[in-house]
Design a protein around this ligand. Structure first.
Ligand SMILES: [Zn+2]
Length: 189
């Protein structure tokens, strides 16, 4: 009985990880620092109206790695600055559909509006279009023996996730993002 139970748990975990590797963001690592993540989350001072505005200060944000370590939680640092990927399904925004704007967790740059978020069943928050054309940048990623298109924040060059061409209309794109790279600024009620 115990043996059966252990096997079931093992296959379940294996299936979740395998599904994650198959469907998208890949490079999956476990988050051992869950418990300390929230303690050092950077407080972003940006309102919904500011995020919607086209008159934002788009100057590049440049910081040393030491400065990023001070600002970001260990998980955020590993993902945003080292190109890591969080676990699928158990991340913060995968199943969240509240109205608002997702901004970069490192610098506050507005990235995606909740209107373009959809359930890709990949286990990561997915969007079919950035909020502005120049909000994100692309880089070729040849890791894991495949070629993918990495998505970075255009303001601070932090890693956000990848883009794939299996998304819904009208763009046909799937921006597969890490929750830890995002902060949701909710629409004022
Ligand atoms: Zn940024």
């Amino acid at each position: 009985m115990t043996d059966w139970f252990e096997k079931t748990i093992f296959y379940f975990i294996f299936a979740v990880v395998a599904a994650g590797l198959f469907f998208g963001c890949s490079k999956t690592e476990s988050d051992h620092d869950h418990s300390v993540r929230e303690a050092r989350t950077f407080e972003l001072e940006i309102t919904y109206d500011e995020a919607m505005s086209d008159s934002l200060n788009n100057d590049k944000v440049v910081k040393s790695e030491e400065e990023w370590k001070e600002i970001l939680s260990p998980s955020q640092y590993r993902i945003l600055r080292k190109g890591g990927t969080e676990m699928p399904f158990v991340n913060k925004y995968n199943s969240v559909y509240d109205d608002g704007i997702y901004v970069c967790a490192a610098c506050g740059n507005p990235l995606f509006h909740s209107d373009t978020k959809y359930n890709s069943r990949s286990g990561w928050p997915s969007f079919w279009k950035p909020i502005r054309e120049n909000a994100v940048g692309e880089r070729e990623d040849n890791s894991l023996m495949m070629t993918r298109t990495e998505i970075i924040c255009n303001r601070c060059d932090s890693h956000l996730g990848h883009v794939f061409d299996d998304g819904p209309e009208p763009t046909g794109l799937r921006y597969c993002m890490n929750s830890a790279a995002l902060t949701l600024v909710e629409e004022d009620k």
